[in-house]
Design a protein around this ligand. Sequence first.
Ligand code: NDP
Length: 344
Amino acid sequence: MCLFQLITIKRTITMTYKVSEKRYDNRMDYAYCGKSGLQLPKISLGLWHNFGEFDDFDNATKMIRYAFDNGITHFDLANGYGPGPGAAELTFGKILKNDLAAYRDEMIISTKAGYKMWDGPYQDGGSRKYLMSSLDQSLKRMGLDYVDIFYSHRYDPNTPIEETMQALCDMVKQGKALYVGISNYPVEATRKALWLLCENKVPCLIYQGKYNMLVKDHEYGLFGVLNESKIGYIAFSPLAQGLLTDKYLKGIPKNSRAANPHGFLQKEDVTQVAIEKAIKLNDIARNRGQKLSEMAISWVLSNPSVTSALVGASSVNQLKESINAIKNTQFGEEERWIINEIIY
Ligand code: NDP
């Protein structure tokens, strides 16, 4: 087969996509995000890895299509997701344009700013200058008029929190974001941010934080603050970047995030302690009729403070497993007791 024929076939695959008419037929569960009127899918898809400039565009396309066809309406990005910086937003914008442009009103698209994005004094943090410029750039890269949620990606101790929150409010007032959220903020800064946003009549929709069977810090204070104010919570890295799957039980496979020099999970993060926990949890999952990855997500979703589990995936099959998790989010008392012995 000649190169021209191959390109034609590839194009045909891209052009013949038709969204599934069954995408809302009980494939996904949705929950109200805190006290807002916005429902989020129990499983949301993040584009931190696998949508960058070195990643396979066809695979990226297949994952977005599969997600949307199975009721995942929420896609999470950030200015810097790549590699390189901005690449995931460009990839997503392209897929959106090719396949899903007609479905924008069925999608919740979020982006963030907080970490280094370009050179000079306005490259990161929480200043109005950086946040406003970054959102404009994100909109351009994704080909959007607005995002559904814009997050301040991290607390910046060098910028008055009033300035950061005012910038978030103004984005909403300018129509560039429908809702705002915060991510990775310490508890006290969270309290202050929630209060400032509320005063400004742009209530905080959601907090995005790391929560999984291996990282449970938010149980000690943060969930209490969010519950008090009825703010949604979306849990990122529910699989601990793959440690809570069967992937690393027998070492580090070549095709894994830990083996990838661009990945944020490094070989030294695959510790003996984490693997021993994963082996024990794997047995419990098997007894529940689940895979470890499914049980890890079910466990996150069984916490009433959690609105949605924000998963990553490098293949459609992984995404399929993650979606399976919503079928069984109940844990018996004895099961909980045994799990707690392992993870606390
Ligand atoms: P996960 O914990 O879900 O890890 C996803 C990775 O785990 C996959 O890329 C894959 O890695 C592996 N995996 C997934 N399913 C399976 C499976 N069934 N079997 C084996 N391995 C599996 O989430 P992420 O760490 O990717 O984070 C998810 C999202 O959260 C991000 O995309 C981003 O949107 C958000 N996030 C936000 C942050 C913030 O600061 N606000 C920080 C980090 C993430 P592999 O490549 O090895 O196959």
